[in-house]
Design a protein around this ligand. Structure first.
Ligand code: CDP
Length: 216
């Protein structure tokens, strides 16, 4: 069984997917983390993503493994270093590169060869698994998504104004929705869940209900 959760930045995909996964005993795959790892390496290796040779190096010289304990980049566990404002500001540009997407999608399909998987991202229901059993598209207003990200940054000790975060989120939405390769969009058969004004638990319940109705 494949459950696809797509939606824009800060719509709550990963928090919700993680909770649903633990309640239902599913394997959770955070595909955004994979694009974030590639972005981190692009910055560390000073690569030019418009240069074919550099893109080839990025893909060839870096390996992503996912184990029970976490996400490994070249054998080392990654954590907050893929969630910095710098990675946030560059990830849309790196994830728009066709070859990067092809490599990540291939890896995502390999990693999903288990019985039941829930994946979150931008193109899961449209490109990675167009035949997913259940497709959810999460949204929320830009303001609410910016407030959520503001709180996350505060917890990590990063001080960024709400205004700046709203601007960054709108910019990333625009880039993700308007890129040529696998743009962010709701699959025709995805169920739209607007999370504005809802608590995490309300959204989780909503999705569990969708799953039950589907099963039954
Ligand atoms: O957590 P947040 O929504 O901010 O982002 P994320 O899910 O970690 O994804 C970060 C970025 O990776 C997105 O803004 C997209 O540019 C890219 N991404 C993508 O292109 N396709 C995916 N399946 C997942 C993420």
């Amino acid at each position: 069984m494949i459950i696809a959760i797509d939606g824009p930045a800060g719509s709550g995909k990963s928090t919700i997917a993680k909770l649903v996964a633990s309640q239902k005993g599913l394997f959770y795959l955070d595909t955004g983390a994979m694009y974030r790892m590639m972005t981190l390496r692009t910055l560390e290796m000073c690569l030019d993503i418009h240069n074919n040779y550099d893109v080839e190096r990025l893909i060839k010289e870096n390996t992503i493994t996912i184990e029970e304990g976490g996400y490994l980049l070249n054998g080392c566990k990654v954590g907050l270093e893929i969630r910095t404002p710098e990675v946030d500001a560059n990830v849309s540009r790196v994830s728009a590169v066709k070859e990067v997407r092809e490599a990540m999608v291939k890896r995502q399909r390999e990693l999903s060869q288990r019985s039941s998987v829930i994946l979150d991202g931008r193109d899961i229901g449209t490109v990675v698994f167009p035949n997913a059993n259940i497709k959810i598209f999460l949204t929320a207003s830009v303001y609410e998504r910016a407030v959520r990200r503001f709180k996350e940054y505060l917890e990590k000790g990063v001080e960024l104004s709400l205004e700046k975060i709203e601007e960054e989120i709108s910019k990333r939405d625009f880039q993700d929705e308007n890129r040529e390769e696998s743009p962010l969009k709701k699959a025709d058969d995805a169920i739209l869940v607007n999370t504005t004004g809802k608590t995490i638990l309300e959204v989780v319940d909503n999705i569990l209900e969708i799953m039950e109705n589907h099963d039954g």
